[in-house]
Design a protein around this ligand. Structure first.
Ligand SMILES: [Zn+2]
Length: 417
């Protein structure tokens, strides 16, 4: 087990706890983005259900077969995740070479997303889910065509067309229908689901980015952890353990995931994605190759946003900030937020939004380093930085759209001046 988890010492601890029967019913995988937390959680789910008991990756038992293709009925994935870039990377891997391993890589990358739409936990009266159903159905149909038992179309163009259509459907699912923060109804439904008998040995509920929950969802979740069901294991993951409620932390055992060193990250890219990283390129940077917008376009949009804030503030007779204005250069017209967003693919997928805000923060940090900045201007920058963090939270935790979050950020930044 855990053969797929590269350079992550937590796997040794997990194997020991699993084989000695000491694995608690609720656990937390804590570690940075792209450190293998979901891979480990899926492997643990497979190991817990394996009918042979040893859960080698090649195990021939029917349970492991279903887990390998992420279609086991005892598996539930909840929470948000940036799926789009991994799906695009896996699509290119498959197009470079078709093999059972690259098919699984691609299928699993898509199902890591589509499993979050399990009807068992969705609120059937929720119009967002109702609108997602046709996309989910079409996606399932296309994935069927890509099953490892069926050949890819001989013609490279036809193969690309089929794979691209899956990538497009998955993007639509992630951009239009995936909640950034788990709604409380989903937590309640997952709780009921976890108390039903498993079809096999054990149910596994994976909750990604467990720090991104509103109070109501957190409290509902806490109740589940207080009385864990007998045949279910909860695996929470987070990149920000400090943002998880202490009452939840006290009910889970934490397994710490380390940031892999450069050599191990190269191994992930070459072994999993069968690609060659550029010098110094880690896993996150590798995934960013597959962004639909260039880093330069994100920088330009961030500068245009700052410039628009300053122009609007001056129009209202407010006092501008000098260091930032020098840092972003002359403004090019006075674009609206919608126009700025259209230059960065409307901040889709969601990772583009986070990169955009990170770029805004780095412009502010650069301005703060300017020796000309006086106390008033310094105060403005500190307040802006905190507004920017709130803008991320309003999307991640409160399910606001990037456009609404940026419109509100624009107004509050302007009013700070
Ligand atoms: Zn097995």
């Amino acid at each position: 087990m855990f053969e797929n988890l590269i350079a992550q010492p937590a796997s040794n601890l997990l194997s020991e706890d699993l084989s000695s029967g000491r694995l608690p019913p609720s656990i937390l995988f804590s570690g940075g983005v792209s450190s293998g937390k979901l891979t480990a959680a899926l492997e643990l789910a497979r190991s817990l259900s394996c009918e042979e008991g040893n859960a080698a990756w090649s195990c021939g038992c029917p349970s492991c077969a279903r887990h390998r293709e992420l279609s086991h009925p005892d598996l539930l994935i909840m929470g948000s995740r940036d799926c789009a870039l991994e799906i695009r990377a896996a699509a290119e891997t498959l197009l470079r070479k078709d093999s059972a391993a690259t098919r699984y890589l691609f299928l699993r990358s898509v199902r890591k997303l589509s499993l979050r739409f399990n009807p068992s936990v969705q609120d059937l009266s929720d119009s967002r889910f109702a609108r997602a159903i046709p996309t989910l159905a079409e996606l399932d149909e296309r994935l069927e065509e890509l099953s490892p038992s069926r050949p890819l179309p001989d013609d490279q163009a036809a193969a690309r067309k089929l794979i691209d259509s899956v990538v497009d459907l998955a993007s639509k699912l992630e951009d239009d229908f995936l909640y950034d923060s788990i709604p409380v109804q989903h937590v309640r439904a997952a709780s009921s689901w976890s108390r039903l008998s498993p079809t096999g040995k054990m149910k596994t509920i994976i909750v990604e980015n467990a720090d991104r929950m509103q109070d109501s969802a957190r409290n509902a979740f806490l109740k589940v952890l207080e009385e864990p069901p007998p045949s279910a294991v909860f695996i929470l993951t987070t990149a920000r353990r400090s943002a998880i409620m202490p009452t939840i932390l006290s009910r889970v055992r934490t397994y710490a995931f380390v940031d892999r060193d450069a050599e191990s990250q190269v191994e992930v890219i070459t072994r999993v994605f069968r690609d060659l990283p550029k010098a110094g390129e880690g896993v996150s940077a590798y995934f960013q190759r597959f962004l639909p917008v260039s880093p330069e376009a994100i920088t330009d949009a961030a500068k245009a946003f700052m410039s628009a804030v300053l122009v609007a503030a001056i129009d209202e007779g407010r006092k501008p900030v000098c260091a930032l204005r020098d840092g972003i250069g002359p403004s090019d017209g006075n674009p609206s937020i919608a126009e700025i967003l259209s230059g960065v693919n409307k901040c889709r997928p969601a990772i583009v939004y986070r990169l955009f805000i990170a770029r805004l923060e780095s412009l502010v940090r650069a301005a703060l380093r300017n020796p000309q900045v006086d106390a008033r201007e310094g105060e403005v920058y500190y307040r802006w930085t905190s507004l920017m963090r709130k803008a991320v939270e309003s999307v991640d935790t409160y399910n606001l759209s990037p456009q609404s979050a940026l419109e509100s950020l624009f107004v509050s930044m302007k009013e700070t001046l």
